[in-house]
Design a protein around this ligand. Structure first.
Ligand code: ADP
Length: 401
């Protein structure tokens, strides 16, 4: 069974075609700068089958429909093609960021699902292109089953005392303001993998999962289900991120507005795009931050320490929420690759039963692995995330009934 996973963003379209017989990627592509003067499409094909594994082309891509047609042309076309015809795609899985309170499981796309997704757009207007992608795909692939997988799904088990904000109750009733959480597909995927690695059923596994990429979030997982997470109504909350601030005193917004004469839109942009690691030291790439620290850059050092401190803060909080855990799990770009961040975030947690093995932590190995000391009561794991594979698996499960 071949499954096409589509992630339609505001000016980009990411896609991955997977062969579910052996969970391999047939091709993956990204179309960037949709609607701008010059767009870019890059597609990588399975190197085992196609010797020329990466192709790039620059051209004007008018809108998301043009981008989707371009994707189809590249997947089946003579030049970069990896399949003979669209019939070789058995199902499509769409990543949808905001599922609101409506969706706690993947859904087969139909008119009702489309309307429910539309109704949730006010909660995440920046992610409206998710729906555009679904609608265009329905036209381009009218006979192919299509499934939506929501970033918020895994977090729908969070209890009300944890997802409510202590603001006037009518704001929840009128505007559905509450914690939704994001990166759910990643937290769920690494939870399953960690349970397998630990040799426990998922339903009996308790974890703190830590997704550290450009966006960063953590989840407290109790018996395989999410009990709390750091992101909120939007992905701006919680940990310090590449360019996002994470949790700040909400009174700061009014303070900045008053003293810097900034409008709320500009402040929102600043907190999303100019804050986090970037806001403190001018770069959002952890590799550059380490290079700068080594050259004595005090701001880079501060950004690194602030970043790890907040991870540690939530490990403590979630340990208190869960009582006992089997493992702390690191994933995504920084979580999987950055031994410095992992070491600093876990430093001092030994009395809580979390002891990292410095040697295992710095070994660069692929796949899921344990990096805690042999006598650490709580394991520390690195589990590479794979959101596309998880979406494809959920899609396959639903389509196969
Ligand atoms: P996204 O959230 O966009 O999916 P990723 O999970 O790919 O992001 O993570 C991207 C981030 O991971 C980069 O900004 C970079 O800071 C970090 N990163 C990637 N590789 C390394 C590495 N080898 N060492 C430290 N940090 C890394």
């Amino acid at each position: 069974m071949n499954i096409l996973v589509i992630n339609c963003g505001s000016s980009s379209l990411k896609y991955q075609l997977l062969n579910m017989k052996d969970d391999t990627v047939i091709a993956s592509g990204v179309i960037e700068r949709i609607g701008e003067e010059l767009g870019i499409i890059t597609q990588r094909s399975n190197p085992a089958k196609w010797p020329d594994t990466k192709s790039t082309e620059k051209l004007f891509i008018r809108n998301h429909e043009a981008a989707m047609r371009l994707m189809v042309e590249k997947l089946v076309g003579e030049e970069w093609g990896v399949i003979e015809s669209l019939k070789d795609i058995d199902a499509i899985g769409h990543r949808v960021v905001q599922g609101g309170e409506t969706f706690s499981t993947p859904e087969l796309v139909d008119e009702n699902v489309i309307e429910e997704i539309r109704a949730n757009i006010p909660l995440a207007p920046l992610h409206a292109p998710n729906l555009t992608g679904i609608e265009i795909a329905m036209e381009l692939f009218p006979h192919t089953p299509q499934v939506t997988v929501f970033d918020t799904e895994f977090h729908q088990t969070i209890p009300k005392k944890a997802f409510m904000y202590p603001i006037p109750l009518n704001l929840y009733k009128e505007l559905k303001i509450r914690k939704y959480g994001f990166h759910g597909t990643s937290h769920k995927y690494v939870t399953k993998r960690a349970a397998t690695h630990l040799g426990k059923p998922m339903g009996k596994t308790n974890l703190i999962t830590i997704h550290l990429g450009n966006g960063c979030s953590m989840a407290a997982v109790k018996n395989g289900q999410c009990a709390d997470t750091t992101m909120g109504l939007t992905p701006l909350a919680g940990l310090m991120m590449g360019t996002r601030c994470g949790d700040v005193d909400p009174a700061i917004l009014a303070f900045i507005a008053k003293h810097k004469k900034m409008g709320i839109e500009d402040i929102d942009t600043m907190l999303n795009k100019k804050s986090g690691l970037y806001g403190i030291c001018g770069t959002n790439d952890m590799r550059d931050i380490h290079a700068a620290r080594e050259n004595g850059d005090a701001n880079a050092q501060l950004a690194f320490e602030m970043f790890a401190y907040r991870v540690k803060l939530f490990i403590g909080a979630y340990l208190a929420v869960l009582g006992t855990i089997d493992a702390v799990v690191f994933t995504a770009g920084i979580g999987e690759n950055d031994a410095h961040v992992r070491a600093l975030a876990c430093k001092g947690l030994e009395p809580l039963g979390i002891t990292i093995d410095q040697e295992k932590n710095t070994l660069r190995e692929p796949g899921t692995r344990t990096i805690s000391a042999d006598d650490s009561p709580i394991s520390i794991l690195i589990v590479p995330t794979n959101e596309e594979l998880e979406i494809a698996k959920e899609t396959m499960a639903l389509v196969n009934g």
